[in-house]
Design a protein. Sequence first.
Lengths: 495, 216
Amino acid sequence: MSNVVDESNFLSPMMDGGSGSMITKERRRSSVISMESGKTKYMPPWTTPYIIGIGGTSGSGKTSVAAKIVSSIDVPWTVLISMDNFYKPLNQEDRKRAFANEYDFDEPAAIDTDLAYECILSLKEGKKTTIPVYSFINHNRDPDKSINIYGASVIIIEGLYALYDKRLMDLMDLKIFVDADLDVCLARRLSRDIVSRGRDLAGCIQQWERFVKPDAVKYIRPTMGNADAIVPSLADNSVAVQLLISHIRIKLRLKSQEHLSELIKLGNSDLRDISTLNTVHVLEQTNQVRSIMTMLLDKNLKRDDFVFYFDRISSILVSNALNDIPIKELVTIETPEGNTINDAIKCDFNSVMAVNIIRSGDCFMRSLKNTIPSIVIGKLLIQSDSQTGEPQLHCEFLPPEIKEYKTVFLMEAHIITGAASIMAIQVLLDHDIPLENIKLVVFIATELGIKRILNAFNDKINIFAGKIVTTKEIQNEGCEWSITKFIDTRYFGCN
Amino acid sequence: MSTEPFKNVSLIAQSNQLLGLYTIIRDKNTSRPDFIFYSDRIIRLLVEEGLNHLPVKETIVETETNEKFDGVSFMGKICGVSIVRAGESMEQGLRDCCRSVRIGKILIQRDEETALPKLFYEKLPDDISERYVFLLDPMLATGGSAIMATDVLIKRGVKPERIFFLNLICSKEGIDKYHAAFPDVRIVTGAVDKGLDENKYLIPGLGDFGDRYYCI
């Protein structure tokens, strides 16, 4: 899965149009928080995104090279950002000149390189980043539009001056220059500007002669020297592009192997007894809990019973996780008989929200709603790559004011490796939710999975589990069921 | 699940959540929909606590992965018995946990002439003597009607240790009086109030539960 983002194109759910353009402020605030609550041992793929810069003159075919790369590397969350998004907003006088085709859009000064650098740096740090949208119709930044990007593991920056600013280039892992003769560029440019951007021929030619061509010669062509690879654009460049794609694939495979091995390493040498930790809360194994567990593990249990009893145990789990909800305030109340109660504990149940990891976390939907009817529920789609097993973040749907919630329940029915939960927790941290506000609620978990999660976040994450199956139990008794996903399959009735 | 200072009383954990729920239902300004919702939440916790005390037997089941799993399953049958009218508010909470549970009813009213509780009506499953019984009445104040209802159950052959009396609020006086009559019945409650006023209402209490749940 891959997605292309430029000024007209934001297809993925991770890039929602928002109105905020306070990118600098937003980013600085996030960095501060990440320093405070950070120091986690987990590096998700998006904190080390692979960044590719593609430069070249106007009409040289940068976009088509970028599109080929995007469609060939099979990585969820490949983001294509056009440098056009970073055009400086014009003042009234400049805007008049722009409408009269007298403004030079092709010189480096037309681009807000500081902002471009800040945005790319923020993405490189794995933060949710807001990219402005430039409107060619109004020759200004669109005040009502912006693109939020988060979680990209490959970022392609494409534009005239992609290979111009040293700071920007230092963030790039691969720099590509697409080379084409200027007459070819002119032909492509004319058809694009007239057909898709609604300009007139005379204006376009005037612009080409006055600005585009001289700037290309003076500023852009020299950036070819900064490139790691130069791709010809005139003839069939598929061999050159294929070579680049092979190179990128090798790099990405290495990156994903590193990610996986880091994940596996977490917790492997942890020999502690986690039942002594005060952040790990396993449901008291009462007669009721044990009998429901037995029924749910019985493969002969009918599906409607499975759904019913899963709802039962998940209600117990959710309620258990709610027990130490923070006290909002102490209040004085009066009962209908006129008795006064001082210092009555008041809890704000609406300060709790949940984030379900699709699909298994959705098994908790009903019990969440039964416990707090108006609960806000976010979603994360994290899937393991079918070949490597590497967890990959595909989508995030989180409320914009997520930081306001005092408690965030992260729901997952079954934790085996812990990889998806670790990634999900990291997503919440990247949205500035303090670690101590996150409560991971799970029905069945393996000890190893729980240890990985604990180790990734320095034992600071609170975990509420229905049952934790120990490594010893798995070694001695098999307990194959504890390492085989079956809960959401049974609950939803489809594989 | 502290039973101090009472024997045979299960007081559910006094967590922030539970105390927060009680604050809502005790407040006279709470709207009826909220009163019902939050009472139902507490009732659910009471029912679940009651179910924890039922005996189980070892059971082996086969898992999806074709392994044997040594688990447990509930032994014996249960039924609910609600004291009409307020006790009926707790039936749904029981049904939410035990879908097809049988529910008997006992109507006890104060006799206008003698001012003592009088049994007006009972409808119980025929085989109630073989069942575990959840007796439902939201408030245990003086214990008068609960004692009378329990008496009906015992006369029908139910063993006292198989009766669980579920209520949202009780008083020390009520517990003592009830246990003086039936020491072997387990009381499952969420709050023990300070005492009773001159009208024998719980202090601080929450008003008339039945009225708040059904009428006002």
